[in-house]
Design a binder for this molecule. Structure first.
Ligand SMILES: N[C@@H](CCC(=O)N[C@@H](CS)C(=O)NCC(=O)O)C(=O)O
Length: 327
């Protein structure tokens, strides 16, 4: 017997009527650039993230890779609490949640009255009715949102702050001209099948929606594993945004997606993906931009604690230990 949409729990806010998960299109699509509405300046912009969120995680990695964190006030980070509750992401933790993870739940100075991320969205656009997502780049001068689309934020961070950065970071780009078509092609494979693929499996509200999303996910993981044989990076023998975009999903795979999103055909670590596993651990252990931005405690607290339709008790599983294996 097939599962019908009428049996869907009403708390199922993530899937649409057909039981399939469709990620909304981001609404704020501007960029920080010279000569535009959002001029590069020190002390003007803030990055708002959840440490748990793979999309926000991309922007944290790029911020470090570009050395933006080395310049005080250039793009400080504000971290929401790990728990995504009925009022969305918050700066002030909800009462009685499991997720008091150190380093989460702080404020933008001068914006302490904004306790929820939706307060920033509504300040920017009072008529805003879509989801209040992270990451967000907030402009403290115009009191508005520059962008809430991670794929675009990680592009303009390559260049927009170069004039303020230490010499060694100027001109460094993770989307180099000569590799763009290969990077774009890789992103087109990885986004629907892996980055969003795990969500489509996890938030599937029908058996059919779940079953149609598992094969492309694991087929793509095998393809990527083959592609990484004898290579350290996905594209062109150097670190690019393609690695950043894949990393934030793969590092969450064993601790969260395998169990919580029922992506349990294989673990990354169980031998089925030796090259992908080596690539993951090399990025994590050899490059601080990856390790220092990966907070397993917050990641697990968020997913297992917040999605009560998937995990009604909110209990956060202990393993797998260690969260990532040594090289
Ligand atoms: N297009 C966005 C997607 C961001 C997104 O979906 N973020 C999720 C967290 S993983 C979120 O904030 N969800 C809050 C909600 O749906 O209420 C991007 O890549 O920047």
């Amino acid at each position: 017997m097939s599962t019908t949409t009428t049996t869907m729990p009403d708390i199922w806010k993530f899937s649409s009527k057909d039981g399939r998960f469709h990620r909304q299109v981001a609404s704020f699509r501007d960029e920080i650039a010279k000569g535009g509405k959002f001029e590069p300046e020190v002390g003007r912009y803030h990055l708002i993230v959840a440490l748990a969120c793979p999309w926000a995680h991309r922007t944290l990695i790029l911020r470090k890779l570009k050395g933006i964190d080395k310049v005080e006030g250039l793009l400080p980070v504000t971290v929401v609490d790990s728990f995504l509750g009925p009022d969305g992401w918050t700066f002030v933790p909800y009462e009685n949640n499991y997720t008091n993870v150190p380093g989460t739940g702080n404020h933008i100075p001068g914006e302490e009255d904004k306790t929820r991320i939706r307060d920033f969205y509504l300040a920017a656009e009072p008529e805003y009715t879509a989801r209040y997502t992270v990451p967000v780049i907030w402009d403290n001068k115009l009191k508005t949102i520059v962008s809430n689309e991670s794929s675009e934020i990680i592009r303009f961070l390559n260049t927009c702050f170069d004039e303020f950065l230490p010499e060694e970071f100027r001109g460094v780009t993770f989307y180099p001209e000569e590799l763009r078509s290969e990077i774009d092609e890789m992103n087109e494979l990885v986004y629907p099948n892996v980055n969003n693929g795990v969500y489509k499996a996890g938030f599937a509200a029908t058996k059919e929606a779940y079953e149609e999303n598992i094969p492309p996910l694991f087929e793509t993981l095998h393809k990527l594993d083959k592609h990484l044989e004898g290579r350290d990076y996905l594209i062109g023998d150097r670190l690019t945004e393609a690695d950043v975009r894949l990393y934030t999903t793969i590092v969450r795979f064993d601790p969260v997606y395998f169990c919580h999103f029922k992506c349990n055909v294989n673990l990354i670590r169980d031998g089925a993906f030796p090259n992908l596993h080596r690539w993951l651990r090399t990025l994590y252990w050899k490059n601080d931009a990856f390790k220092s931005t990966t907070n397993f405690e917050s990641i697990k607290a968020h997913y297992f604690g917040s999605h009560i339709s998937l995990n009604p008790t909110g209990i956060v599983p202990a393993g797998p230990l260690p969260h990532i294996l040594p090289l």
